[in-house]
Write a protein that binds this ligand. Structure first.
Ligand SMILES: [Zn+2]
Length: 411
């Protein structure tokens, strides 16, 4: 039985990688030599060729990285590598929680170090070649160290608590773990901007001026209490432009990248802001939060059914039911289901994007939003003609062409 599960895991991973490679391949093939009619004039000819080159380079790079990580995991599975690490850390410490922490520490660190050459290449070769990268090696490395430290501290604390709950409460541990994870994610939804973002970026309140006045005027018209508009120094790392909405209730804030402010006119910025406010007004953030909580509940419930069964751990070469080994086997087996929920979330997200666009259009901002979306597409060297299936599986936003078509009809 354990053997069958092991082969099932390997087969699932192979299938998934093959499927992803195929999707990315048909997406690359779907590229059109000519810019679609409604998008003519967005890209200068040489920029269009550059965007094609960028997609090609990324597709090839993605193929190599995913093949490399597939190879590593399959090697670990077939040689009993996970059991080896487990036995080694078990010989160092006694407590089951410490064993699990060390186990994930070793595996996680190894994965990060092996992946480092790839992220370095992506940032300092590909992104630099196409003019996106602004980060220095120093910023890049301190970012990595901070990320690892944060993951070790937060991840370690949550993991310890969950294993402790599992050992104390048995079959119902998933309910308690669900409660803990929900509280933690609620806490970070509220305090993310205050606690995490400052570790990486500087956020300054938008200063008084033409833009601030225009935004205040719009917020008043929309009946939206907007006290917190911040500008973030995205330009420290990349030329890419963005804006996002974060927090809940009194902690809600809108964050504009300095790169976005540089790129767009005041009128276009108000349109982008209207789109973001649309997300809030249509309760998209709350919906997202609730769906996330429900997904975590489902995941934990399913996990609780299997975690105490020795067979999951045996599939990876460890004789008795062990929390962290079971967790790895479960995570690998769960991937088809997470693909399904991912498709559902993307479908919903694309629907929400149309709704937020429609909200901005209701204030007569359809044209301004359309021109800002075009500018952002060019700025990001976006693919103007992705394959519909690729969009179905991977896009959280509708394509530029789809959004422009809808906006045109709203005028
Ligand atoms: Zn949006």
């Amino acid at each position: 039985m354990a053997q069958t599960i092991l082969y099932l895991i390997v087969a699932l991973m192979l299938l998934e990688t093959l499927f992803e490679q195929w999707l990315s391949w048909i997406n690359a093939k779907h590229w059109s030599e000519h810019i679609p009619e409604p998008l003519q004039g967005i890209y200068a000819n040489d920029e269009y060729l550059k965007s094609r080159q960028y997609q090609k380079v990324n597709q090839r790079f993605g193929m190599i990285t995913s093949a490399f990580s597939l190879l590593l995991i399959i090697l670990m599975l077939l040689t009993g590598g996970f059991a080896l690490v487990h036995n080694w850390v078990s010989s160092l410490v006694e407590s089951s929680i410490l064993i699990a922490l060390l186990f994930f520490g070793v595996i996680g660190l190894a994965a990060e170090l092996l992946g480092l050459p790839f992220t370095l290449y992506d940032t300092f070769v590909i992104e630099t070649r196409f003019g996106f990268n602004k980060t220095t090696l120093r910023t890049f490395l301190t970012d990595k160290l901070k990320e690892w430290l944060l993951t070790a501290l937060l991840g370690g604390a949550i993991l310890s608590l969950i294993i402790w709950l599992w050992e104390k409460s048995g079959a119902y541990f998933w309910l308690l773990a669900w409660g803990v994870i929900t509280l933690v994610s609620l806490f970070f939804t509220l305090f993310y901007s205050n606690l995490i973002v400052p570790l990486f970026n500087k956020q300054t309140p938008l200063e008084a001026g033409e833009l601030k006045t225009a935004i205040d005027e719009f917020a008043q018209k929309a009946g939206f209490q907007l006290k917190n508009i911040f500008v973030i120094d995205g330009s420290k790392r990349s030329t890419r432009a963005n804006a996002y909405f974060t927090g809940l209730g009194p902690k809600k804030r809108i964050v504009l990248y300095d790169t976005l402010i540089k790129e767009l006119s005041t009128h276009e910025l108000v349109a982008v802001l209207a789109h973001e406010i649309g997300h809030y007004k249509k309760k998209h953030s709350v919906t997202g939060l609730i769906l996330g909580v429900l997904q975590t509940g489902l995941l934990l419930f399913l996990f609780s059914l299997f975690v105490s069964e020795p067979v999951l751990s045996q599939a990876l070469g460890v004789d008795e039911a062990t929390f962290h080994i079971g967790l790895i086997a479960f995570a690998l087996l769960y991937s088809p289901l997470s693909m399904l929920t991912g498709i559902g979330m993307n479908l919903l997200s694309r629907k929400h994007e149309y709704q937020a666009d429609a909200y901005a259009a209701d204030f007569g901002l359809a044209d301004a939003l359309a021109s800002s979306l075009k500018k952002l597409s060019v700025n990001n060297l976006s693919n103007l003609t992705p394959h519909p299936w690729y969009v179905f599986f991977h896009y959280s936003h509708p394509t530029l062409l789809q959004r422009l078509n809808r906006l045109q009809n709203m005028n």
